[in-house]
Design a protein around this ligand. Structure first.
Ligand code: SF4
Length: 336
């Protein structure tokens, strides 16, 4: 495969990022390729840390060769013959332990380093991980500049999710069928990771995996913390974010306990850098702990989080709470 050819093929394939933002992959690659610098970096992000999202572990277990092949193609496309380009595979701690040996074999004699993530969920955000690799605590950087402009150690850096590199290898071999991976968990019979077309609806994914519930239910689409709550009549839409579906039994789920789980996750994950998120999540946790929601204060907190948080984690707090509260308000004792 000609190195230039792969970027053209990525464009033709319509591949977008798999970490949630859905940015066209070929544009990122082009930006890093065209940037003028004496050094460039590639980072394969396998740091997934949100509850209900576990597809990267599945891909590492089943397709490590394809992942490394995708990184090799990136090294070639960015032209490591004229510029010093090296890559990192940035792995969640347990993935590092489980897959280190296999990945070391596959990356032997390649300019690819395995890096064990330190820190929690936020350490997987594309600029926080730059901080971590540079030896600092995970905290997001202001954007712009974006990593393809100024990234790791100040050099242009291509950060893609692990799943993206898997699909890049498929595209190079003409095997890409516009699929993506779905993590399914919660009150389901067949929990697991499945590969289906990326335009499948939530309903199709649940039905084809024999996971459509036979009880009253609701789901979270995208991730088990930041995902949107959807009711059964809203499932003719594609799966959000990182492709996770979590199913909940409507009768048996204690909604306050569920919100407590979410808010504790965000409390543990945020970095305290900005006031809206640091204070907002804390106040939200206080209210949930008392099991008494004040709709007006709640709306204010969510509005400020959405409009003024420094990074996507703070904005991501809003979706699950707002969707749950608007759709299942009876179970929360809220009246109009
Ligand atoms: S939004 Fe939250 S996680 Fe992001 S910078 Fe602010 S405190 Fe940190």
């Amino acid at each position: 495969m000609l190195v230039d050819g792969i970027i053209v093929k990525l464009e033709e394939s319509g591949l977008t990022g798999r970490g949630g933002a859905r940015f066209p992959t070929h544009l990122k690659w082009k930006m890093v390729k065209e940037a003028k610098a004496e050094k460039k970096y590639i980072i394969c992000n396998a740091a997934e840390g949100e509850p209900g999202v576990f597809k990267d572990g599945y891909i590492l277990k089943n397709y490590p060769q394809e992942v490394v092949q995708g990184i090799k193609l990136a090294l070639g496309a960015i032209d490591n013959s004229t510029v010093a380009v090296s890559a990192y595979i940035y792995l969640r701690k347990d993935y590092y332990q489980r897959f280190k040996e296999e990945l070391e074999k596959l990356t032997k004699s390649l300019p690819i380093t395995l890096f064990k993530k330190t820190g929690g969920y936020l350490a997987g955000e594309e600029t926080s991980l730059l901080e971590v690799i540079e030896g600092r605590r995970p905290a997001p950087r202001i954007k712009p500049p974006y990593p393809p402009q100024i990234g790791l150690f100040g050099y242009p850096t291509l950060v893609n999710n692990l799943e993206t590199f898997y699909h890049v290898a498929q595209i190079a071999e003409g095997k890409y069928k516009k699929t993506r991976f779905y993590s399914i968990s919660g009150e389901v019979a067949n929990e697991g990771v499945y590969e289906f077309p990326e335009d499948y609806t939530v309903s199709q994914v649940l039905k084809e995996t024999q996971n459509w519930p036979d009880f009253r239910f609701f789901i979270q689409s995208g991730g088990g913390a930041s995902g949107e709550v959807l009711l059964p009549d809203e499932l003719e839409q594609t799966v959000r974010g990182q492709g996770a579906i979590v199913v909940y039994n409507r009768q048996e789920t204690d909604l306050f306990a569920l919100m407590e789980k979410w808010v504790n996750f965000f409390l543990k994950s945020n970095c305290d850098k900005c006031v809206p998120c640091r204070e907002g999540v804390y106040r939200l946790a206080e209210m949930i702990e008392k099991r008494k929601l004040d709709k007006e204060i709640l709306d204010d907190i969510l509005f400020v989080l959405e409009e003024t948080s420094f990074c996507a984690l703070g904005e991501g707090v809003v979706t699950p709470f707002r969707s749950l509260i608007s759709k299942l308000r009876d179970g929360l004792g809220l009246k109009d």
